[in-house]
Design a protein around this ligand. Structure first.
Ligand code: TLP
Length: 347
């Protein structure tokens, strides 16, 4: 156990699997700017069909995929409607304003889900004084809501209304496969209500690099140009796409185990005085509030680090723990044991 670091900062920390490295080494490649990389093309076709869309585009990151989607759906000066804690707004370095020229309109929710009545109220207020709303986004699973899965019926209702009002719809599906596994629904079904969807290959699916953006063929052609403008066009990217293909085909079946371990972690943490899991643990993200004692999140993260456990900061008294395929049951037990000890000393 000594020197074994248990890295729960994110599912982005995952190493590529041996099967991925093998696929990368063997990948057939070409210059993707000439559309001559067969592995990139296969990944794009596989992703499009998995997500039930006409086409898909391989992009370097989730942030790139979301930004390309924003820029392809809108014009500068328009408004994008987002949940107040949406990753696109919160963690993408302000690209929506700086590069897409959009004004964000934020809607607060307790669980990441913008309800129909909330969108109706927001749109009723629009008049000439406001930037014209062009795009409606949701995030599934919702990162800052602790990996919660959006209720599909609500998603269908609110996106139908958005479309009726002339808005385009985009899903930040960085962890869409986690949402699909949790609900036992096809990813295609979760993507269906949206014009476009971004899915990350490099979160729980463990690819080293890359995301896919899927949507109608003409939208993806536009997106290809926007990706080029942003410097995101790639050449022999098949070496990366090969890992992405393995991620899409091999890794989703492992996600249920990540979810089970996150639940086990959450249940254990709820037994430790001074800590409380925020909401239900549905997928692989556990947000923990520090409810008593004088530890703040910086100090708790530092104490964990000293004993080989890495965690993320969410707020001054809230931390985040994320499970992924490298985390074992023994790791969860170890984390609970050291946490119990840390909290005992802090009392
Ligand atoms: N999220 C990262 C950090 O940026 C917070 C993480 O560790 O969870 N959408 C969602 C919902 C995401 O959680 C992320 C990554 C992205 C988009 C962006 O993906 P990358 O980091 O590949 O640009």
């Amino acid at each position: 156990m000594e020197n074994h670091v248990i890295d729960l900062r994110s599912d982005t920390v995952t190493q590529p699997t041996p099967a991925m490295r093998e696929a990368m080494a063997m990948a057939e490649v070409g210059d993707d700017a000439y559309r001559e990389d067969p592995t990139v093309q296969l990944l794009e076709q596989t992703a499009a069909s998995l997500l039930g869309k006409e086409s898909a585009l391989f992009v370097s990151s989730g942030t790139m995929g979301n930004l390309v989607a924003l820029m392809s759906h809108t014009h500068p000066g328009q408004e994008v409607i987002l949940e107040a804690n949406a990753h696109i707004y919160y963690y993408e370095a302000g690209g929506l304003a700086r590069l897409a020229g959009l004004t964000p309109r934020l809607i607060d929710t307790p669980d990441g889900m913008i309800r129909l009545e909330q969108l109706q109220a927001a749109l009723r207020l629009l008049n000439l004084q406001f930037a014209p709303a062009a795009l409606f986004c949701l995030e599934n699973t919702h990162n800052r809501a602790g990996g919660l899965v959006l209720p599909q019926e609500e998603v269908e209702k609110v996106t139908a209304y958005a479309k009726e009002m002339g808005l385009k719809t985009h899903l930040d599906g960085a962890r869409l496969m986690n949402a699909a596994v949790y609900q036992n629904l096809a990813p295609e079904r979760l993507a269906e209500p949206f014009d476009s969807v971004m899915l990350c290959l490099s979160k729980g699916l463990a690819a080293p690099v890359g995301s896919v953006l899927a949507g109608p063929a003409d939208f993806i052609e536009k997106a290809r140009l926007v990706r080029r403008i942003l410097g995101g066009g790639m050449r022999q990217a098949g070496v990366l796409a090969a890992a992405g293909l393995t991620a899409l085909t091999e890794m989703p079946k492992k996600l249920a185990e990540d979810h089970r371990r996150a639940r086990k972690l959450g249940e254990g943490i709820n037994k430790i005085p001074g800590l409380r899991v925020r909401g239900e643990v549905q997928t692989n993200i556990v947000i923990v509030d520090i409810t008593a004692g004088d530890l703040d999140s910086h100090r708790l993260v530092e104490k964990w680090r000293q004993v080989g456990v890495l965690a993320g900061l969410v707020e001054s008294r809230a931390v985040r723990l994320v499970t992924h395929y490298e985390i074992t049951d023994a790791d969860i037990e170890q984390v609970l044991e050291v946490t119990e000890e840390i909290m005992h000393q802090a009392r």
